[in-house]
Design a protein around this ligand. Structure first.
Ligand code: GLP
Length: 238
């Protein structure tokens, strides 16, 4: 696993954008694994800027998002699908039929999502943020690593962290559907971006703690091609 520490969050995100831009330039029909959360927004802004400058063509790109809340409609402004439309898809020339965001409330629906990923030849490059408790996607601390896309109960810390996007804590969904750790490890390249002091403990554990499902991101140390991009604050405990 490689770690790059940048002075600012913007630099860490730009470095991620460069890796995605290089992947798209190298393989026009790349399969991208995408993430939500506030961290990757500047990265998507950079990709949109590259597209507007005529540097990136998304016409043959396929995307698979990591996760989605259960129980809220696609049209809900805080659904991850709506987030992706707003922050990336509406601004680039991606074909709508090539966009995939998991949906549903059962593991069977998750298995169908995995089937679609396989049918597209797997994910070339996976973008990740990280939760304060070390979760990736919505793979919360657990007794075992999960394999495929599945339904999870969100922890209180994740519900609290996401409350800022909703009118009240009661409105925050309590369940989600997420790619599993197995899906993430199957990506040919993984790029995790972490910025801000609230991620410092999670990054410390990811880099230095025991590899354990209690801190899901620690498993990334077993991935042969994983890059962690942080700002100074997120790296402060290293
Ligand atoms: C949610 C998402 C994760 C994301 C995390 C951190 O839990 N499911 O994919 O990494 O939030 O979000 P933020 O980047 O806003 O801190």
């Amino acid at each position: 696993m490689q770690l790059h520490i940048f002075d600012t969050p913007e630099q860490a995100c730009r470095a991620a954008a460069f890796l995605f831009a290089a992947q798209i330039t190298e393989k026009a029909d790349s399969v991208l694994g995408l993430a939500t959360g506030s961290t990757p927004i500047p990265c998507y802004q950079d990709l949109i800027a590259f597209h507007r400058q005529g540097l990136l063509d998304f016409s043959q790109i396929t995307t698979f998002n990591l996760d989605e809340y259960c129980g809220i409609d696609y049209k809900h402004p805080e659904s991850y699908h709506a987030f992706m439309d707003r922050n990336l898809f509406d601004h680039v020339n991606i074909c709508r039929e090539n966009i995939h965001v998991p949906s549903g409330e059962t593991d069977e629906e998750g298995a169908k999502y995995d089937e679609m990923i396989r049918a597209h030849g797997g994910i070339d490059i996976q973008l990740l943020g990280i939760g304060r408790n070390g979760h990736i996607g919505f793979n919360e601390p657990a007794d075992a690593f999960s394999y495929g896309t599945h339904v999870v109960k969100l922890t209180q810390s994740t519900i609290d962290a996401n409350a800022r996007f909703f009118n009240s804590i009661e409105e925050v969904p309590k369940k989600a559907i997420t790619m599993g750790i197995g899906n993430i490890l199957s990506a040919r390249k993984v790029v995790l971006v972490a910025t801000g002091a609230s991620k410092a403990e999670a990054i410390y554990q990811t880099m230095r703690g025991d590899i354990t499902p209690q801190v899901p991101a620690t498993i990334l140390r077993t991935h042969p091609n994983c890059v962690i991009l942080t700002d100074r604050e997120a790296a402060a405990k290293l």
